[in-house]
Design a protein around this ligand. Structure first.
Ligand SMILES: C[S@@+](CC[C@H](N)C(=O)[O-])C[C@H]1O[C@@H](n2cnc3c(N)ncnc32)[C@H](O)[C@@H]1O
Length: 479
């Protein structure tokens, strides 16, 4: 994992490595890759009914929340919380589970929040009515004089949208939002279908950390095709109708298991670093102290992905962001897992001395001094400061004896230099995020900490080697 650093830096890296090994001492690590390997990734989100309505590549499998719930229980309260709810995978997966009384979530992105709430709110819609509306809506007429183009520059970039696709997308949005017949849940259903085809009709692609111009590169389509009544074509109207019909087909399998027990499900828009201040839809606090039996979640990974940037087409198209000011504020409110902007000052809330923070600071200082992009080094310290705050909040809302399960992947940072007409790795630093988070959870008051390893990923930025994806499991002690 540590590669072969140049002799100049090897002493410093050896000291770091020794300190990290000390941190790992005594931690219980269980290889659970057989069970978890396929569940920590997002592949199932492409195929499972309703979950597949919008493919969120940062999500985990809907089978994972059920498995974690079966293994860890939901405490006396039987309340499950996902503080990084994304597109609502946990909530949707547990929405009929007999072992829970409520599934609650928090999510910062208005777009992911919209996807989650739309899916959860669609239960009970009538697929025959939806099909009828789909056929009616797809015949919308675009009035070019009244369509307003979002002020995000991507919508004026002809490499991203040709004029025809752009006006078809905006015309569809206008038709859905101004339709006098749809109720609000139906409207959200059709808008979600629109968001799901945007990337496919654009010349852009979500590529790792950013939305990039495709330039002829291959892209896996995200838009759905119904098993019956599909039309051929790649234009906006054809893709939209196919997407809506495919979404409507999911009701047959989805509603089958939904007749009986229905836990309360809701996602609040807000910050996982401030859980006790989240408000539910009725305006009342979403969470009380010691009210959650199981918190299961996957935070943004330490991989420089700026979610606001990656999902900007959807955010602006749906009108969830309308100005650059709003867009900047949104980016600044995310967990500090990316270095693409300057965040407002936020001090570390832990003010004592702890080995885990000493190591975080050493890693951060090393990277700041030796990476070509020093802000990446600062990001490392900020990320763990933020995650410590999340654990402190969780220690307040989780009941005594309750559990947390945090899905996360490790990262590797490296530096290369020119050497005889090729690039040679000068040093490499693995960031064992799972281990650092385990110790931060402990510092925040959790015990019985375990690492369940799930699979090995191949980082893009190093030629050989792997990075672990795992689940940090911990318990809030009984008082
Ligand atoms: C790894 S994804 C979680 C995906 C989720 N498990 C699912 O299946 O949809 C992390 C999520 O955290 C959200 N996020 C980023 N900063 C946040 C914050 N400060 N508070 C709450 N959510 C945040 C991102 O928008 C993203 O949706």
């Amino acid at each position: 994992m540590w590669g072969c650093p140049t002799p100049f830096l090897s002493r410093q890296l050896q000291d770091l490595r020794t300190a990290i090994e000390e941190l790992a001492d005594g931690l219980e690590v269980l290889d659970r890759s057989n069970l978890l390997g396929a569940l920590v990734g997002s592949l199932d989100l492409r195929t499972l009914p309703v979950h597949r309505w919008y493919y969120y590549k940062e999500g985990f499998s809907p089978h994972l929340p059920r498995l974690l719930l079966d293994e860890l229980g939901a405490g006396a309260s039987r309340v499950v919380l996902d503080p990084f709810a994304g597109v609502g995978t946990t909530l949707l997966a547990l929405q009929t589970h007999p072992g829970v009384s409520a599934v609650l979530g928090a999510e910062h992105s208005p777009f992911a929040h919209f996807v989650a709430m739309t899916k959860l709110g669609s239960l009970g819609l009538d697929p025959r009515v939806l099909r009828h509306h789909a056929d009616r809506l797809v015949q919308y007429r675009t009035d070019f004089r009244h369509v307003s183009v979002p002020s995000l520059s991507s919508f004026a970039n002809e490499k991203i949208f040709d004029r025809r696709s752009l006006y078809d997308l905006l015309g569809a949005k206008d038709a859905i939002t101004s339709d006098p017949i749809l109720n609000e849940r139906e409207r959200a259903f059709f808008l979600l279908g629109l968001a799901a085809i945007v990337e496919d009709v654009s010349g852009a692609m979500k590529d790792g950390r950013a939305l990039r111009i495709r330039n002829g590169r291959r892209r896996r389509p995200n838009a759905l095709t119904p098993t019956a009544g599909a039309s051929a074509g790649t234009d906006v109207r054809t893709l939209l109708r196919n997407q809506w019909l495919a979404m409507a087909e999911d009701f047959a399998s989805w509603t089958a298991g939904c007749d009986g027990h229905r836990p309360k499900t809701t996602v609040a828009r807000g910050d996982a670093r401030n859980l006790l201040n989240l408000a539910g839809h009725d305006g009342r606090p979403l969470l009380d102290k010691s009210s959650v039996g199981l918190a299961l979640f996957s935070p943004p990974y330490l991989n420089c992905v700026d979610y606001t940037e990656v999902y900007k087409l959807e955010l602006w198209l749906l009108g969830l962001v309308e100005s650059h000011e709003e867009f900047r504020t949104l980016r600044q409110g995310t967990l500090r897992s990316h270095p693409s902007i300057t965040f407002p000052d936020r001090r570390r809330t832990f003010d004592g001395r702890a080995l885990v923070f000493d190591i975080v600071d050493s890693l951060s200082e090393f990277l700041e001094a030796h990476l070509s992009r020093p802000p990446v080094g600062r990001m490392v310290a900020h990320y763990f400061d933020d995650m410590y705050e999340v654990f402190v909040q969780l220690a307040r809302v989780v009941e005594p004896g309750g559990r947390i399960a945090c899905v996360v992947a490790n990262s590797t940072f490296s530096r290369r230099a020119d050497h005889q007409a090729s690039q040679m790795e000068v040093w490499r630093v693995p960031i064992l995020t799972d281990l650092l988070l385990a110790r931060l959870a402990e510092l925040a008051g959790f015990d019985e900490i375990q690492l369940w390893t799930a699979r090995q990923l191949r980082p893009r930025n190093i030629t050989d080697g792997t990075a672990r994806e795992s689940i940090v499991v911990a318990r809030k002690p009984q008082q």
